[in-house]
Structure formats: C-alpha cells, structure tokens
Design a protein around this ligand. Structure first.
Ligand code: C2E
Ligand code: CA
Ligand code: CA
Ligand code: CA
Length: 277
C-alpha cells in the first residue's frame, strides 16, 4: 500500500493482492456462498456467424459484495482458485446455471449453457458425481451443459484432466478449450481430448485487424480447430469489422460486446425477441 504525504493510506485495488486482504476476501467469499443474494450469474450469448442464431450462452459469475459493491471475477476467482473454495464456488455456479436452464426449458426454450471450470476442479474426484447429481436434480439433459476449461488446466495434469474430461464427455456433457492461444498445448494433446469446441482468446481477436501475428494466430486456430473436427468460437468480438473478418475466415461462432454483454437470465428472453424482430 502506498502512503500519502499526510500519512493516510490510500485505497488501491492492488492492496487486495496482500496476504491479509486475500484472507479477508476469502472470508467474505465463504460467507457469500452461504448467503443467497450476493453471487449471481450473468449470461452472454454465443452467436452463429452463419445466420446470427443463438448457439448457447456462457454463465459468468457476479459478486455483489455487501459493503464493497461489485467485485470482478478476475479479482476473486484467482483467490478462490488458490484454495478449495473454488470447488464450492463451482458447484454453486453450476446449480444456479442449471436452475436457469430449467427455467428456460419450462418456458419452452432449450438453451445450452457453458460453465467455466477452474484447473483445480479437474483434480476434484467428486466433480463428476456432483455434476451428475445436479443434472438429475434439475431435470436438465447433459447435452445442454458445456464446461469450459483452459489449455493450462489440462496441461497441469494431463492424465487426470483427460480422465475427468472423458467421464464428463461420456455423460453427454460438451467440452470447450477456453482462452486458446494463451497457454501451451500440443496438437497431439488436443487431439486426444473429447473436446468439440475451441475458444480463441479475446486478446488475439481484439487485435487481429492491426497486429499481423494475432491475425495469423486466429487464422491458425480456426484451421487447427476445424482439422480436429471442432467448432471454433471467437471471444471478445467488439465490432462489425471483426465479425466480418471472422466470418470470412470461416470461424463458426462469435461472442462479444458486438452481439451482447453478459446479462441476467430473465433478460435473455427479451434479447432473443429483439434478434428475431
Ligand atoms: P472468460 O471465461 O474468458 O470469460 C470471458 C470474459 O470476457 C468475461 O469477463 C466477459 O464478460 C468478457 N467479455 C465478453 N465479451 C467481451 C468483449 O467483447 N470485450 C471484452 N473486453 N470483454 C468481453 P468476466 O465476466 O469479467 O470474467 C472474467 C473471467 O473470470 C472469465 O474469463 C473466467 O476466467 C472467470 N470466471 C467468470 N465466471 C466464472 C465462474 O463462474 N467460474 C470460474 N471458474 N471462472 C469464472
Ligand atoms: Ca470462459
Ligand atoms: Ca475465455
Ligand atoms: Ca479469459
């Protein structure tokens, strides 16, 4: 923490990387998991580039802290990932997401939902049992659930990750490689995984019009994904030009502010109606 000349400690977001603030955040997060109104999900549409239709949505957790206000998942997910709390948080998110899918089903809409899985969750021996139980509890078919994992999550422990992913896939759950391009993974490994979707990280997509290397990476990722029989999703699509470029490169799906920001579940109905209008 930096001290002002007066000796007063200035508030800085980076303070929360201190051990003590991490501990505070962790305690607050533990309480948030016991509360009912602090953690919610927003859903961001994934749109087909061919016809603009809805491919599915990604569930993204939101935390409304009782005194600090909204805290970004980019801040609290890494803290939770360093402890076992990420396993509880993941089950909490899965439960909310499946409740929402159930709600949409009851309203006549079958909308596939993607949930993010932290690396640690792939090492949790209880995960498959819990996911199976939650699907059954909410009466949601496994094919409406997709789990997103990063390359680094897989490469951290390839054998166990592959075993867990294979079990999930055998249940009928779909799997995606998230943030593709930011980690390292070999084609040999990707080929072995029961994964049917590759999500190209938004940092490459966002600069593909100005940075030649990024453009090459995006093009290469689309080619690789297709060669492996996968659907390719571009993240962070913010403008018409990007959407057009991706379409001409043969990218299948786009996700980003250009189409929609993440929104509360009930708002998706209205968004769908606007798309049809
Ligand atoms: P992610 O999985 O890569 O999710 C996509 C992030 O990009 C989201 O940030 C989303 O709001 C943002 N985004 C979407 N479109 C655009 C765009 O056009 N431009 C820009 N600049 N950003 C866009 P968010 O919701 O803040 O989440 C950040 C990260 O936190 C996620 O990255 C994911 O790694 C993690 N996260 C979020 N929710 C969960 C969760 O429920 N469980 C776990 N384990 N991680 C989560
Ligand atoms: Ca994701
Ligand atoms: Ca991502
Ligand atoms: Ca990311």
């Amino acid at each position: 923490a930096k001290e002002a000349k007066s000796g007063v400690t200035l508030y800085r977001p980076s303070m929360h990387t201190d051990d003590s603030s991490r501990l505070l955040l962790l305690g607050d997060l533990r309480r948030a998991l016991d509360a009912t109104d602090q953690l919610t999900l927003h859903y961001q549409p994934k749109v087909r580039l061919s016809d603009g239709g809805l491919h599915g949505v990604e569930a993204l957790v939101r935390w409304q802290h009782p005194t600090r206000g909204p805290i970004s998942p980019a801040e609290f997910i890494p803290v939770a990932e360093n402890t076992g709390l990420i396993n509880r948080l993941t089950l909490y998110v899965l439960r909310l997401a499946l409740q929402q899918v159930r709600g949409w089903l009851d309203g006549g809409l079958a909308i596939p939902v993607a949930v993010n899985l932290s690396p640690r969750c792939l090492l949790d021996s209880e995960l498959v049992r819990h996911v199976t139980g939650l699907l059954r509890e909410h009466g949601v078919p496994a094919r409406l659930l997709r789990l997103e994992v990063t390359e680094s999550a897989v490469m951290a422990n390839p054998a166990q990750a592959t075993a867990t992913l294979t079990e999930l896939h055998d249940l009928g759950i779909h799997l995606s490689i998230d943030d593709y391009g930011t980690g390292y993974s070999s084609m040999a490994y990707l080929k072995q995984l029961p994964v049917d979707e590759l999500k190209v990280d938004r940092t490459f997509v966002q600069h593909m019009d100005t940075d030649q290397d990024d453009a090459i990476l995006v093009r290469g990722a689309i080619e690789l994904g297709h060669n492996l029989g996968m659907t390719v999703v571009a993240e962070g699509v913010e403008g018409t030009a990007h959407a057009a470029a991706l379409r001409s490169l043969g990218c299948d799906i786009a996700q980003g502010y250009h189409y929609a920001r993440p929104m509360p579940g009930p708002d998706l109905d209205r968004w769908l109606q606007e798309q049809r209008a």
